[in-house]
Design a protein around this ligand. Sequence first.
Ligand SMILES: Cc1cc2nc3c(=O)[nH]c(=O)nc-3n(C[C@H](O)[C@H](O)[C@H](O)COP(=O)(O)OP(=O)(O)OC[C@H]3O[C@@H](n4cnc5c(N)ncnc54)[C@H](O)[C@@H]3O)c2cc1C
Length: 383
Amino acid sequence: MTYPYVIAGTGAAGLSLAFYLAQTSLRNQKILLIDKNLKNQNDRTWCFWQKHSSPFEEIIFRKWQKIAFFSRFLEKTLDIAPYSYKMIRGIDFYQFVQNFIQKNSHFEFLQAEIYEMKENSEVVVLQTSQGEIKAKYAFNGLWQLPQNFERKKGYFYWFQHFKGWFLKTQEAKFEADRIYYMDFRVPQKEREVRFGYVLPFSSQEALVEFTVFSNHLLSSQEYLIELKNYADNILGLPNYEISETEFGVIPMFDAPFVSQKTQRIIPIGTRAGAAKASTGFAFDRIQKQTRFIAENLNKNNKIILPKSKARYQLYDSALLNVIEQNRISSEEVFSILFAKHPIKRIFRFLDEESSWLEEIQIMNAMPWKPFLQAVFENWKNRR
Ligand SMILES: Cc1cc2nc3c(=O)[nH]c(=O)nc-3n(C[C@H](O)[C@H](O)[C@H](O)COP(=O)(O)OP(=O)(O)OC[C@H]3O[C@@H](n4cnc5c(N)ncnc54)[C@H](O)[C@@H]3O)c2cc1C
């Protein structure tokens, strides 16, 4: 048989797309979801800020309304209301969405490794560990960081990479209602962004992370040394027990890279550039992207990917250039951002929903020269 649609990869993007499609008239179609993993492990946690309630509100693991920023230039706690900073555990998301789809649609799940996806004028043919599968269209949410990939001239291929511990201290050491969003007290390196990050669950339990934005990864030993230094010496945590660890690499690429939309194979999620180039945040952007695709498919029977606004790509690339060329330190850039603006303006800017006036206010507070140099250099390098 030929499926009308296959969703390849049931990570955040594949499952989210299926979740929104299962709420439309397409719920009665035989859509096939394929992943090599059963998605029954807690392989990551997602955090994002939101003003409104989420369709996943009942599985939000924690939410906070106070975020702290630390650097040599600024120490500030911001009340982020009406926003909340929310956390979802991967396993809760996978189970919740899988159950929803099973109850509300005729979609099928298949555990299989996909070796190849090719299209002709009529169908997409998938070669998998469970045999050949045909579909009219395939949404490609397969994501694995490639070892080697082609880099376009003049673009930035940075990563957000981090190591974290879920830990428990013997004494009360955390304020359960306040996260450390960016803690620049960790040792800094030029041409990179390095910060600590703390998500407390109680006065004794937290996820403590060491995060880097840079154009290269570190050795596993380096993450460990920096994380331990952050926990022991900067946070001053006494004896603690580590129950779980988290390691992640998120692409912060300012160029479309793995694959473009073809007639019948449509990239989604990270593969479609959902991770923002200047922050690495992806989860909420994946929700917006997949909801948009599902709504259009339902209303207009057309597969359309949301278009990103070019001016935000310009800002993201300018920031990456400023840091990579060491025009100003990342610590200074983020300190200015958090010192000079209300959190609503910052979130709206990072969500790519700000007004021109807000963007002028943000740019006006930054030193102009390094950013203008960055914009000019990016333009020149891409010609
Ligand atoms: C540890 C970690 C923490 C993160 N935390 C945050 C966060 O706090 N906030 C945020 O906004 N973003 C976060 N991200 C970034 C982003 O939100 C996630 O990576 C998100 O899961 C991306 O969704 P995706 O669907 O594109 O990819 P994935 O969720 O990785 O899904 C890809 C799927 O493809 C499957 N697959 C791959 N190759 C094959 C194959 N050949 N055959 C069959 N199946 C295959 C995989 O098994 C997987 O299920 C985090 C990322 C990581 C790695």
